[in-house]
Ligand binder design. Sequence first.
Ligand code: AMP
Ligand code: MG
Length: 487
Amino acid sequence: MKALDELTFDNRFARLGDAFSTHVLPEPLDEPRLVVASNAAMALLDLDPAVADTPVFAELFSGHKLWAEAEPRAMVYSGHQFGGYTPQLGDGRGLLLGEVYNEAGEHWDLHLKGAGMTPYSRMGDGRAVLRSSIREFLASEALHALGIPSSRALCVIGSSTPVWREKQERGAMVLRLAHSHIRFGHFEYFYYTKKPEQQAELAEHVLNLHYPECREQPEPYLAMFREIVERNAEMIAKWQAYGFCHGVMNTDNMSILGITFDFGPFAFLDDFDAHFICNHSDHEGRYSFSNQVPIGQWNLSALAQALTPFISVDALKEALGLYLPLYQAHYLDLMRRRLGLTTAEDDDQKLVEQLLKLMQNSGVDYTLFFRRLGDEPAAQAVARLRDDFVDLAGFDAWAELYTARVARDGDYSEAQRRERMHAVNPLYILRNYLAQNAIAAAESGDYSEVRRLHEVLSNPFEEQAGMEQYAQRPPDWGKHLEISCSS
Ligand code: AMP
Ligand code: MG
C-alpha cells in the first residue's frame, strides 16, 4: 500500500513532445472536498484507501497541488462529430497529469477532467459541473463491475466554484484512469493535418506500449488495427447485451484501447427500447441504442482511413469485415448466457430477437426481466413474468419455445440455474433516476447517496441486504429524464 507521495511516474506521452500535447497547469477549484472515491480504483494505483480522506487528496485532485514528477498536458486530437469532421478538438477541459505505474507494472494515465482552460477550450470554460462528474464516476465504475471495458474513475472532488450552464452550478473534477487516453481522433488529427512523421511516431507509440504482441506479426500495424476492431466489436456487444447507450459516439470519444470512454448523456435502458436516444441533441437518432452497432463500424472505418499511410486499403477493408461477425458472435454468446443457455443452437438468435420485440412492445424492464428469469426454473419463471406483457399470445408462444429450448440445453438443478444466470444478469444498474437522486443530494451537500449507489453498483450481480430500492423500475418522474449535454 502506498501513500500519495509514493506514486511512481513515467510520463511516456508527455515525452512525445509539443506536437502532441501542450503543457498547461490545472486551474484550482475553491474549497475542494471529497465527494466520492473508488476503493477499487485506488487499488489500481496501490493506494491505501484511507488516503482519500486526507486533505491533500482533495488538493491534489482539484488542481491545488501537483506531484513534482507530474507533467500536466492537454492533448491535441480531432474527430468526426455526428458524422462531420471537426479539424481540431483536443483536451478542452481535461489534463493528462502524468502516467503512474503500479507494483504489477501496469501504467495508468491520471487524467483530471474539469481542470480549467487549455489551448483547445474553444468556446468552453474548461470546467465540469458536479452533476456530470458524478455521472462519469458512477458510470465508469459501474460498467467495469458489469465486466464491460471502460475507463476508470478514482474520485470526484466538489467545490464552491460557480460554473454557468443553463443555471449556476458548482465546478467539480473527476480523476479518470485509463491505460491510455489516445483516441481514434488522435490518428485522424495527424492524418488530416498531413503530418506523416508525427503520425508514424504516434502509431509506433501505440503499437509499442499498448499492442506489443502485434510486433510479432508479419504486419504489425495491420495486426494492431485488427485487434482494435475485435475489441470494439466485443465492447459494443456488451453495451447492447446490457442495455448501455453511450450517446456521443464521435470518433474523438472512441478509445484506441476499445474501452468505453468519455461519458456524456449516456443511459442504461430501463424499459427495453431498441430506438432509444439518450442524447437530446441527437435529433436524427444517429447514436440511438440500436445504431450503436453500425456506428461502431463507421467509426472504425474513420480510423481505417487515417491508417491508410501504414496499411493497404484492401487489408483495412478485410479487417473491417471482421467487425460485424465478431460483434454478432459476442452478442449472441452473451444473450445465450443471459437466457441461461450453455449450448448453441441455430435458432437462438431468433429466440433473442422475438423476446426483444415482445419486450419492446410491452415496455418491459430490460434488467429485471433477465434477473427474474433466473430466479426460478424456466417454466415457473415465464409463468410469473407473463403478467408484464401485453401480447399474451405472443409471449406464450415465445415461452413455449424457450422452455423447450432450456429442456434441450441440459438438466440443471434450480440452484445451478439461478447461480449461473445471476452471475451474468445484474440486479442493480445505473438507472438515470438513481443517478439523479444521488446528484440532487450531492448538490445540497449530502454525499452519502452517491457513495451508497457507487457501493451497490460495485457488486451488481449480488443481492445486497437492505438495498431493494436500487433494484426497482423507475418511478414515473424518473422514466424520461432529460439529461443536459452541457456538462
Ligand atoms: P465532448 O462532447 O465532451 O466529448 O467534448 C467535445 C470537445 O469539446 C472536446 O474537445 C472537449 O474537451 C471540449 N469541451 C467540452 N466541454 C468543454 C468545456 N466546458 N470547456 C472547454 N472545452 C470543452
Ligand atoms: Mg470527448
